[in-house]
Design a protein around this ligand. Structure first.
Ligand code: SF4
Length: 762
């Protein structure tokens, strides 16, 4: 419980838990039914259908869900998945959160609601303010809101006392203006949701292959011999990836899945738009499933590489790509000397796998060299997360599997424009060359000192070093670790501001004064100066393309994100600014012209973004050019995780349900895993439950203890599940309270959401 009785954590869940057998086939008719139920229920048949027909189309809007790429050339009529449909339903809902709603419910009352109930309350229609000491939000004019922001920002002792967070929904245009304003204001405090997801990928890939993004295109999947999917659940989090995997299999690719949970989407798939699939049997997706223990990926990768060396020794020149290693890489000798120190059997026992299963995968890899490795949070949210990524690269380098068609790295990004926001300069570290470009284009001196990332922003707010928190989208309190500590941090602030489409828990865990600024959604028409505008985004494979909504906005009082930034900038900086903010907002082409001048790879931006499907940004690793310090791809030496579990301790990973996207809870069903209605569950190995005397549906408290601080998550129902021993899984945000803010990945500061040591109390 936080200050003033506000609940920062989702409340205890009294819904009756229903359990069914996990499903073995994803997609199919249930996916269609679920999509239509969500869209037609929230939006209506006519409006819902109109919206879906524009989703991910060349002349339509980008899916507000994940960042999975669309086909370059041909788009089908229904170019979306179940979760894309749910994301559209959520945004295009007819339900409204207006002045009457806030008059009826106090902030404290709303905080007692579940995240599902809060989300279902509807779209925010007007700017709202929560004045100091008040219990209810009330309307405020846009002018009043911007004056308040300007006064509070200008009253700070230093620009570094303000934090400007960004979620991955923000368009390129809004993100570019936002970072420009923040840097003109005088700080690099630009934490973003990447800090909590793929920061480890960026850190590991930049060092080893010279670019912090993936190297593959969608078409590479159809040329690959082997696709490895590690620590990722595409059936729920990037569902159209299953379509690509199905097509890749038809082209002859083998799929290797490495994950602690057997996720349905990777077992079998029926493409909902393929009559053949719908009438026939499902496509088996995974050829080799390695059900690895949580965070044993480095041990597994080392074991595989040792096996590759054994085969290479028997048949020299047939397994490893010696030419590639000699000509394109650096650091090989150190890497090899380190690998030689490991004992194969010890590594195998750490993975929890049978040797034969690993050997099958090593045999497969030995004879192939077009290998793609995909991954997500299962690799990036550990203390050793950057080592995980670097070890993936080591494997690819041994095989020469990067910089050629059908091979390479694929960190699959979550939120739809999370990659584009980084390209636009949303980062707490200002790259010197980008700073120089900003200086030359806009005639000001950007701050050089690093700003706060997410964990340091939380700490700064908690310690009173930061007093204003501004969020461009997102749901900070539910996305971040250490819920109670983070709530104290936010409630310490003099002002919290959220630019949002829908109500979420972060609006309720507020500063002394709080503002909600309602913005246009992806599905909605954006008219500025009498002209319809469009924005642009970048997907996981580095394609930049346009996005244009077609729906009438739910309220006449919504502003676009670029306009909100411009007004904030004018009211804060006044004549100090060297930017013509009004001109930028009147015509987004002007923003894109500025992006072209300052961000690399955007030549002819306004022309190329209007081409169907957009354009690819340059990617050296894709071409085999590695812009690292050595000008080569770097082998690295990586450590195994450095903890041991004592009896009664478990390694906990947080996961999403199938009715969830990031912090948005679309429904109460985790259909594929067979878990319904109650989200406060802990998935456990049946043998572990027996040893601990825990029965199915028993209520347990989860406890983590780091540096002498105990954190407790109460009232979780035990669910027997197919998960390795001493590993447990829980949904977030319910279990975020257990993740210490000060435990994060070396080099990337990403919180350890996938490997928290916990004990259970019955
Ligand atoms: S795969 Fe991702 S981007 Fe594509 S429709 Fe589904 S949620 Fe949207």
């Amino acid at each position: 419980m936080s200050k003033d009785g506000i609940k920062a954590q989702p409340p205890e869940d009294n819904n009756k838990l229903e359990l069914n057998d996990p499903k073995s086939v994803a997609g199919g008719m249930p996916a269609i039914t679920s999509s239509l139920q969500h869209v037609y229920g929230e939006v209506g048949i006519v409006e819902g259908t109109k919206a879906l027909l524009k989703l991910n189309q060349f002349d339509g809007f980008d899916c507000p869900g994940c960042a999975w790429p669309d086909p370059d050339k041909h788009r089908s009529v229904a170019e979306f998945c179940e979760n894309g449909a749910k994301a559209v339903a959520e945004e295009a809902t007819k339900a409204k959160v207006n002045a009457d709603f806030f008059k009826k419910y106090s902030v404290q009352e709303l905080s007692e609601w579940s995240d599902y109930e809060i989300g279902k309350s509807g779209r925010i229609t007007d700017p709202m303010v929560l004045n100091p000491g008040s219990s209810h939000y009330e309307p405020i004019s846009w002018e009043g809101a911007f004056k308040l922001i300007g006064q509070q920002l200008n009253a700070l002792g230093s620009p570094n006392e303000a934090i400007f967070y960004t979620s991955g929904r923000t368009s390129n245009e809004a993100a570019f203006l936002y970072q420009l304003f923040v840097r003109q204001f005088g700080t690099n405090n630009l934490p973003d949701c990447s800090n909590m997801c793929h920061e480890s990928s960026g850190a590991g890939l930049s060092e080893t292959v010279g670019i912090g993004k993936g190297s593959v295109k969608l078409d590479d999947f159809y040329m690959a011999d082997v696709i490895m999917i590690i620590g990722q659940n595409p059936g729920t989090n990037h569902p159209r990836m299953l379509t690509a995997l199905e097509k890749a299999k038809k082209s002859g690719a083998k799929i290797v899945t490495v994950n602690p949970l057997p996720e349905t989407g990777l077992i079998g798939f029926k493409h909902p738009q393929s009559p053949k699939d719908m009438l026939g049997s499902a496509t088996k997706i995974t050829d080799h499933f390695l059900q690895v223990r949580i965070n044993a990926d480095v041990a597994l990768l080392k074991a595989i590489m040792i096996m590759l060396y054994e085969m290479e020794e028997k048949a020299p020149g047939t397994v490893l790509d010696h030419d590639f290693i000699a000509n394109k890489t650096a650091g090989y000798d150190d890497f090899k000397a380190d690998l030689d120190k490991y004992d194969l059997q010890t590594l195998i026992s750490q993975t929890g796998l049978q040797e034969a299963a690993i050997r099958e995968v090593a045999d497969l890899l030995a004879s192939k060299n077009k290998i793609i490795v995909c991954w997500a949070m299962g690799l990036t949210q550990h203390k050793n997360a950057v080592d995980n990524i670097r070890e993936v690269v080591n494997l690819l380098l041994l095989k020469g599997s990067i910089g050629k068609p059908g091979a390479g790295t694929c960190p699959v990004r979550g939120h739809s424009n999370v990659q584009g926001d980084r390209t636009m300069g949303i980062w707490e570290k200002l790259k010197p060359e980008f700073g120089e470009k900003l200086k030359a284009t806009f005639n000001f001196e950007p701050p050089k000192e690093d700003g706060y990332d997410v964990v340091n922003a939380i700490k700064a707010m908690h310690e009173g070093k930061a007093k204003v928190f501004f969020a461009m989208g997102g749901n900070f309190i539910s996305a971040t670790p250490d819920t109670e500590y983070t709530a104290e941090a936010l409630m310490n602030c003099d002002l919290t501001v959220h630019v949002s489409t829908k109500l979420n828990r972060s609006h309720l865990v507020h500063g002394k004064t709080a503002l909600i600024l309602p913005c246009l959604g992806r599905t909605e028409r954006d008219v500025q100066n009498g002209e319809e505008q469009f924005v642009s985004v970048e997907n996981s494979t580095g394609v930049v393309h346009s996005s244009k909504g077609n729906k009438r906005p739910i309220s006449d009082h919504l502003y676009s994100e670029p306009k909100i930034v411009a007004e904030m900038a004018k009211h804060t900086l006044g004549s100090r600014s060297t930017v013509n903010w009004d001109a930028m907002v009147a015509d987004y082409d002007q923003i894109r012209d500025s992006i072209e001048q300052t961000c690399g790879g955007f030549t002819d931006y306004n022309k190329r973004v209007r081409e169907p499907g957009g354009f690819y940004l340059p990617n050296g690793a894709r071409e085999g050019n590695f812009a690292t310090k050595t000008n080569k791809a770097n082998f690295t030496v990586n450590l195994l995780p450095d903890y041991t579990l004592e009896e009664g301790q478990y390694l906990m990973m947080t996961i999403r349900s199938h009715d969830q996207y990031n912090t948005t809870i679309y429904g109460l069903h985790d259909r594929y895993r067979g878990i319904h209605y109650n989200r406060r569950v802990v998935l456990m190995n049946p043998e572990d439950m027996k040893s601990a005397g825990i029965k199915a549906r028993d209520k347990v408290d989860l406890i983590s203890e780091y540096n002498g601080v105990e954190r407790v998550a109460n009232g979780f129902l035990a669910v027997p599940y197919d998960i390795p021993t001493q590993c447990v899984a829980t949904y977030f945000p319910e279990a975020n309270v257990l993740i210490p803010f000060d435990q994060y990945a070396r080099k990337s500061n990403t919180p350890i959401s996938k490997s928290v040591i916990v004990t259970l109390k019955c």
